[in-house]
Every structure is written in structure tokens, then in C-alpha cells.
Design a protein around this ligand. Structure first.
Ligand code: SF4
Length: 286
């Protein structure tokens, strides 16, 4: 086995976290090559929030079919009452039956009676981390590794994962892409050579939940210029009884949509990149 491929050898029990992006798909491909398929007691898990774009869902499905690898599509369905750590339940879905209107996300917001925000990423914690932990427990494991697609050119995320103070009760992080020194350029080069690809611009910011509150203001507005209707679900969440917004350091989604509609009337589009923080990718385990 080439030395680099050896970095992808994993042993179970482990969940292979597949976010539906190019990076985690590349990692999955390499793991399958290095281990001659999916190793024993390893499970590929995709946690559907209901707010992923159709292109992402199609990509997850196509990877599974082309590479003949089972992918568990899971959706958060509720908390288990009386469990101190807020254990949750989940359901298995498929590409055909997966939620596409934010149902798991909205149900979680109703159950917590609040909205996630950058300081309390309840969506990542519940819809992704805890849901996949529930799945791993259902496979009979109390401890497992979480094989996560974080690259070598993401040092802050690597540091967060490897922080000795990190709570690893949802899986001990294993970062094969870091071991193999893989960068974004490597991932994109891989996908350019493949017969299929994620149908989202590799330089864009349309992955993850469509208008994720972690995306920069101008990037959400730019996406809404093309598809203003995508704001409506987020506006609906901010109009719920709890009265919360996803962020208190910028306007609510209703205003972002209004801004987008204003720009949509301007030709050419006058949105410039700013120094605002780039999207923090949302991976289970992050
Ligand atoms: S992509 Fe954003 S909105 Fe979606 S689960 Fe992750 S942090 Fe939450």
C-alpha cells in the first residue's frame, strides 16, 4: 500500500462522518481504498438536517451508489426524556424519503424552545453529533472513533479537535486528511479527475444548511439574490414563539432577504467580499 494511503487505515468501532461535501467524500473514498472497503464495525453516517441543498443530497446518494458503500442517512427525531445528557432519538431515511423542508431542524428548535447561534450551536450538537451518537449506540457501541474530514490546511479546526479538554463522548476524533497532509487543492484536484462531482461551485459557499447562520452576511445575501425564497424558512424560525434570532450581531433573516431583493434590482450585483469571517464548516464532531 502506498505510504499516503496507509494514513487512511481505520479500525472500528468508528463512524465515518460524511457531511455531503467534497472533502468528506474524498476522505471516504480514500478510506475505502486503504481498507479494501468499509472496515468491520465502521459506519458511514450522513446526518440530514432538512436544510441541505438538493445537490448535496444527490451527491451523498451518488457516492454511495458509485462506490457501493452503505451510508446511513439519519435524522434527529427528539430528546429522550429524563436523560441527563439529553440523549436523542433518530430515524433512518433514504435519499427519497429524506426531509427537505427543515423538519428535523425545526423540531429540534421547538424542543429546545430556542434557536441555535454561533455561541450555542444546538443544531450541530443535536442534529449531527448526538444523532450519530444515538446511531452508534444502536449498533451496540459505547465508545467509538469519529473519522472526520478536516484537512491539514484548517489548523484552527484541527486544534479544536485535538484539544485535550474536548468532550469526546460523541466519538474520539480521527483526522486521516491531516495525517496525509491533504489540502483543499488536493481535494479539488481529485474531484476534477472523477466522472461525477458535487453540483455546487467549489469556490462558492452553498454547502451545509442553505442559509446557515455561520455564513458571512454578504454570502447569505448573495445566495438570496439568486433564490430569495430560501430565506423564508429562516424567517419563519425567527418568527416562532420564543422570539429568538439566529444572531444578535447582524440583522434578522427578514432584513437579509430585503437586502437581497434590493440588490436583485441592481445591475451589476454590487456585493463585494468583505473581511467577514468565512463559513465555519459544519461537520459532525465539530
Ligand atoms: S450548517 Fe449551520 S445551520 Fe446547519 S447544522 Fe451546521 S451550524 Fe447548524
Amino acid at each position: 500500500m502506498p505510504e499516503n494511503l496507509a494514513r487512511y487505515v481505520v479500525s472500528g468501532p468508528a463512524q465515518i462522518c460524511f457531511s455531503g461535501g467534497r472533502t468528506s467524500a474524498y476522505m471516504l473514498h480514500q478510506v475505502l481504498c486503504a481498507n479494501c472497503g468499509l472496515p468491520r464495525d465502521c459506519f458511514v453516517v450522513f446526518q440530514n438536517t432538512g436544510k441541505e441543498r438538493e445537490e448535496t443530497l444527490a451527491f451523498v446518494d451518488e457516492c454511495a451508489r458509485r462506490w457501493s458503500v452503505p451510508v446511513a442517512w439519519i435524522e434527529w427525531t427528539g430528546f429522550i426524556e429524563g436523560r441527563a445528557q439529553r440523549f436523542c432519538t433518530y430515524q433512518l431515511v433514504t435519499f427519497e424519503t429524506a426531509a427537505r423542508h427543515g423538519e428535523p431542524f425545526a423540531a429540534m428548535a421547538r424542543a429546545t424552545n430556542m434557536l441555535p447561534n454561533p455561541a450555542a450551536r444546538l443544531c450541530t450538537i443535536n442534529l449531527k453529533m448526538r444523532a450519530s451518537s444515538a446511531y452508534m449506540r444502536a449498533q451496540g457501541f459505547e465508545e467509538w472513533d469519529s473519522v472526520i474530514g478536516i484537512r491539514a490546511d484548517e489548523p484552527r479546526r484541527v486544534a479544536r479537535m485535538m484539544d485535550p479538554a474536548r468532550d469526546n463522548s460523541n466519538g474520539v476524533p480521527v483526522l486521516p486528511l491531516v495525517r496525509a497532509n491533504v489540502t483543499k487543492a488536493d481535494v479539488l484536484a481529485f474531484w476534477r479527475a472523477q466522472p461525477f462531482d458535487l453540483q455546487l461551485d467549489p469556490m462558492g459557499d452553498l454547502g451545509n444548511c442553505d442559509c446557515c447562520f455561520l455564513k458571512a452576511h454578504h454570502k447569505i445575501v448573495r445566495a438570496l439574490v439568486a433564490e430569495p425564497w430560501r430565506a423564508d424558512w429562516w424567517i419563519g424560525q425567527e418568527s416562532a414563539e420564543h422570539g429568538a434570532t439566529f444572531r444578535n450581531d447582524r440583522p434578522p433573516y427578514r432584513d437579509l432577504k430585503r437586502e437581497a431583493l434590493f440588490y436583485a434590482r441592481q445591475i451589476p450585483l454590487a456585493l463585494e467580499d468583505t473581511d467577514e469571517a468565512p463559513l465555519v464548516d459544519c461537520f459532525c464532531g465539530d
